[in-house]
Ligand binder design. Structure first.
Ligand SMILES: [Fe+2]
Length: 309
């Protein structure tokens, strides 16, 4: 019982048409109002027009109406003010200013299994006398939206609202720096980072494998190399390969593959969740974390915009 999937999020940006064109290049289907999705459907990104870029809403699916009532009771006990009506729960996180929504939803669509390709390795030739299939593959739409990262001026408060109130589970954390939360088998569906302003820090689309990540990222970089932000690398938390590009509104879009899947909460706590320390906050391997990933180039604009609200 409880939450079982991320349904998507809504972002406001000053120029939705530029973001729509970028999503078209990536191969996403949909529209700003119906939501953009990957080739497997599932969670979507809705886009509104706004004076400055910001995250408006994040939506989660739960199994039954009793989950909504239980979350409402926990939130109220914690001092929040959830609104329940029309089969939904809505609550605004005062720190990140994001509206969080929970409603009953079907299980996520079952993806077509990716074909597993075992690579050649020293002493283990599995492919002889032919090229690797990946060299013939090309850019293609990502499978699905997997997670988003919320920048919040009060990480602990936002985390407590999501975990103790809504019922997400904590997968990994460095206290006061970053928290990875899940509401599905994905290692994280939402991560939280400390930020001077509320922020959609990044959002992330799942690919079949690292070659899919590489083909699709490369196709976006050829016409505009300045989109490149950080990658290729492999994170420690979640284990996934990553490549980050800047979207036209200024948030970062991640293409990823091979994320940890948590099917048994107890097994994860016992053997999966090894210590996650500051040494690994950026990655297991890959380029150094670029400053722009932590301090966005438009931070002054965002601070001024939030000050006016
Ligand atoms: Fe990510």
């Amino acid at each position: 019982m409880g939450l079982h999937r991320l349904l998507g999020f809504t972002a406001a940006v000053p120029a939705p048409s530029a973001l729509t064109a970028f999503y078209g290049e990536l191969g996403l289907g949909g529209s700003p109002t119906t939501g953009f999705t990957g080739s497997d459907g599932g969670a979507s990104v809705l886009v509104d027009e706004g004076d400055f870029r910001r995250l408006i809403r994040v939506e989660f699916g739960c199994q039954g109406p009793e989950d909504i009532d239980a979350a409402a009771a926990r939130l109220t006990d914690g001092g929040a003010a959830p609104v329940v009506g029309d089969g939904e729960l809505r609550v605004v996180d005062p720190a990140s200013r994001v509206e969080l929504v929970v409603r009953v939803a079907d299980v996520a669509p079952t993806p077509a299994p990716a074909s597993l390709v075992v690579p050649n390795a020293p002493g283990a030739t599995v492919r002889a006398d032919e090229r690797a299939p990946a060299v013939f593959a090309g850019p293609r739409p990502p499978r699905r939206l997997g997670h988003l990262v919320i920048g919040t001026p009060a990480l602990t408060e936002t985390r407590d609202l999501l975990v103790q109130g809504l019922g997400l589970k904590l997968s990994d954390e460095i206290d006061g720096v970053i928290a990875f939360l899940r509401c599905s088998p994905d290692h994280h569906n939402v991560a939280l980072v400390e930020s001077p302003v509320p922020l959609l820090q990044h959002y992330s689309w799942e690919c079949d494998d690292v070659d899919h990540v590489g083909h699709s990222a490369s196709a976006l970089l050829r016409p505009d190399p300045s989109r490149h932000t950080w990658g290729l690398g492999r994170h420690f938390a979640g284990s996934n390969f990553y490549w980050y590009l800047r979207d036209p509104a200024g948030s970062y879009l991640e293409l990823y593959s091979d994320l940890d899947q948590i099917l048994d909460d107890e097994a994860w706590e016992l053997r999966g969740r090894t210590p996650f320390d500051f040494e690994h906050v950026a990655n297991s391997w890959g380029p150094d974390l670029p400053l722009e990933f932590i301090v966005p180039p438009d931070l002054d604009q965002l601070q001024a915009a939030w000050a006016e609200r």
